[in-house]
Design a binder for this molecule. Structure first.
Ligand code: SF4
Ligand code: SF4
Length: 486
């Protein structure tokens, strides 16, 4: 039998289906009250010792950094977006560790680099070999199909030495650098999402037998992963996805299994992409949590890396690698690299009062404008490191001997995603784009206590028609309160 296809409805019917209803606030069922659940918090090793290491580095926990105020004066050395300088109370909760990213020009080290080490190129190769010897599967950046993608790597030789990229709305191009930097790019099309929330996965298979059927679960243990070159925005995105898959009413066992025993070698960004806006979203460019080791790459001769320790595991690994203490000059140079990246964001987004802004503009004419350009191709949701929608499909063989249930990524841009009895709730591209953007930047805050956007810019770069989330928000803000007349 052919599966039933979702169908478009005439405009009058769409209205009946609440196409343009204001955002719905979901209320937790009493059975799911926090006190009745077993919360699984991946940042808490005591609660879930097998999960890690997304947590504050121990050094920072012992000696939290204090700044006098988050005002203009404090950040006078940074020419960055106003929303980053002063985040109004209530815009959305400040992210963990964000204060540590606000290092001042006159205090360039902060506390995080107090005990940093220096690693040469050979030392980094040694470190990657040590991780492999410990049974980790290395995944990191490598050049493939005209892009820098995350894939399994053998070692240093597979990293994108001397490569960078240019990114703009709807544009991505690889380019050669003048040096041999290993991490001299911003972010590629992939985040780390596919390694934890896999795009397509068989949940189980049933097989006909003489007296009924058997069910075979697909629960092969996943490999132990070491992420090489994780950026701060992507570490924030992992934390956001953890809220969905680990810290909600239900724990996703496959996601939890893939997340456990993770080793993270982070890289503080030395270059911002043309579509990056992590500074506006307070998620970078300095990694402030969630890593075992964090590198700052210094490309002036000799090519070297300033290394920060973020966990005891990271410290233990580093002890097996030839390093030397980082000099004050090297630490200052590393800090300057990150500060320069913060000043060169390709995009900014004014996040002041953004939740209320979007909630009070469900009829803004900009939704029609963007709908006239959007192809509903789903690219933006597939490249987004925080999007988590999925669907399940059942397939059977022609002989009727086996049937399988698969889970695969879905997108709120498809008609089928909101298909209920009688049709799709969001029958227009206007309503689907509005749902995506409003969820990402507003209702996500109600749902998870954080923004759903980490400012990686992927949705801008990989949108085939160059729709830019920062531009859409700015347009709504510029004509706040405007109402569609059509
Ligand atoms: S915004 Fe761009 S990437 Fe997203 S669905 Fe529309 S056309 Fe595709
Ligand atoms: S909405 Fe766009 S910029 Fe924000 S996290 Fe997703 S892909 Fe990155």
């Amino acid at each position: 039998m052919r599966p039933r296809q979702p169908r478009e409805h005439p405009p009058s019917r769409r209205r009946e289906l609440h196409d343009d209803a204001p955002p719905v606030r979901f209320v937790r069922h009493p059975a799911h009250e926090p006190a009745r659940r077993q919360p699984v918090h991946p940042l808490d090793r005591a609660a879930v010792p097998q999960l890690g290491p997304l947590r504050e580095p121990p050094d920072r926990r012992r000696r939290p950094r204090r700044h006098a105020a988050h005002g203009e004066e404090e950040l006078a050395g940074y020419e960055v977006h106003a929303a980053w300088r002063v985040t109004p109370a209530g815009a959305y909760p400040r992210r963990r560790g964000v204060r540590d990213s606000l290092h001042l020009p006159d205090d360039p080290m902060g506390d995080a680099t107090a005990a940093s080490h220096l690693l040469g190129r050979e030392g980094l190769a040694h470190l990657l070999r040590a991780l492999r010897d410990d049974g980790y599967r290395l995944v990191g950046p490598t050049v493939r199909d005209g892009a820098i993608v995350h894939a399994e790597i053998g070692g240093l030789e597979d990293l994108p030495a001397g490569w960078t990229e240019t990114q703009e709305a709807g544009t991505y191009r690889l380019a050669r650098r003048a040096d041999a930097a290993l991490f001299g790019y911003a972010v590629g099309p992939q985040s780390w999402k596919p390694f934890f929330y896999v795009p397509r996965r068989r949940l189980f298979r049933t097989r006909r037998t003489d007296d009924g059927f058997t069910v075979e679960a697909d629960d092969a243990p996943p490999p132990k992963l070491a992420l090489v070159g994780a950026r701060s925005c992507d570490l924030h995105a992992i934390e956001v996805q953890d809220r969905t898959f680990l810290r909600g009413p239900f724990v996703d066992p496959d996601y939890a299994a893939r997340r456990q025993d993770l080793f993270v070698v982070a890289v503080h960004c030395g270059q911002a992409g043309g579509t990056c806006f992590c500074v506006s979203m307070q998620t970078g460019p300095r990694a402030t949590f969630g890593f075992d080791l964090a590198l700052t790459e210094l490309v002036d001769a000799p090519h070297r890396f300033v290394v920060e320790v973020g966990s005891e595991r990271g410290r233990a690994l580093l002890e097996r690698v030839p390093t030397e203490p980082a000099s004050a000059a090297d630490r200052a140079r590393a800090e300057a690299v990150v500060a320069a990246t913060a000043r060169s964001m390709g995009r900014t987004m004014d996040t002041r009062d953004i939740k209320a802004l979007l909630y009070r503009n469900p009829e803004h004419p900009r939704w029609d404008d963007v709908a006239s350009r959007c192809l509903a191709c789903t690219n933006c949701t597939l490249v987004c490191p925080t999007c988590f929608c999925g669907t399940v499909e059942d397939v059977s063989d022609l002989a009727g001997e086996t049937a399988e249930r698969w889970r695969r990524w879905d997108s709120c841009f498809t008609l089928g995603h909101s298909y209920l009895h009688g049709g799709s709730v969001r029958g227009t591209v206007r309503s689907r784009y509005r749902q995506w953007l409003t969820h990402k930047l507003a209702s996500w805050i109600d749902q998870f206590g954080t923004s759903g956007c980490v400012g990686c810019g992927r949705c801008i770069t990989w949108c085939p028609v160059g729709i830019d989330i920062t531009e859409e928000v700015a347009a709504i803000r510029a004509a706040d309160g405007a109402t569609a007349t059509a």
